[in-house]
Design a protein around this ligand. Structure first.
Ligand SMILES: [Zn+2]
Length: 205
């Protein structure tokens, strides 16, 4: 198994052969955090991803926001929000909401499950490597921050339109955001890549 990892920040090659479970490793040149060896990283990734996906589904089922504008109250669910914003002359915000609040997180969670479910059982699947590369690319692009900024921008825009009351789905969405952040936090390039390679060897032999 390859125990060498390139630092994401300065490209220094670091050998992690002597690492023990539970330890963290940082780059000796620039201090960037390289990995933290968790014995149950894949299981945690799977658990957080399933929980986050359930919370996201809940967030789509119940009232997310209720608006009171000129005496008329309207209740809106999360999936209805982009369409309503579009009709209210905010197409850009509608696209932001649909992409950053629903579509991209759902796509990331499904990808995390496609990665963690086979790996938790030590099985190799042909899609593991392409999905792994895509997720690590997204991760180094600081996705969670971008995503949270998208949520805040969208909520501020919505709040300007009317008096807003937060519904049950809003709080499901908050739970989702926390679980999603945990799942991304467990996503460890070094360990997952080793797990993918170990599963591949196991299947080939
Ligand atoms: Zn470095």
């Amino acid at each position: 198994m390859d125990n060498t990892i390139a630092c994401q920040a300065c490209d220094l090659l670091v050998n992690l052969e002597s690492m023990r479970p539970g330890q963290r490793a940082s780059c000796p040149r620039c201090g960037y955090r390289l990995t933290r060896l968790r014995p149950d990283a894949v299981e945690r990734l799977m658990a957080y991803s399933i929980a986050a996906l359930v919370a996201l589904v809940f967030a789509c089922l119940f009232p997310f926001l209720s608006f009171a504008s000129s005496g008329v109250e309207s209740v809106m669910t999360l999936p209805q929000t982009p369409g309503s914003l579009w009709r209210n002359g905010l197409p850009l915000v509608a696209i932001l909401v649909a992409a950053f609040i629903i579509a991209i997180p759902a796509l990331v969670l499904v990808s995390l499950l496609l990665l963690s479910v086979p790996l938790a059982r030590g099985r190799f699947r042909p899609w593991l490597k392409p999905i792994g590369r895509w997720l690590f690319h997204l991760q180094s692009w600081a996705m969670v921050e971008v995503f949270i900024i998208g949520v805040i921008v969208s909520l501020v825009k919505i709040a300007k339109m009317a008096t807003v009351t937060l519904g049950l789905s809003f709080w499901s969405y908050v739970a989702f955001a926390i679980l999603f952040t945990f799942a991304i936090g467990v996503l460890d390039r070094y360990q997952l890549w080793n797990a993918i390679e170990a599963a591949e060897k196991e299947t080939a032999s």
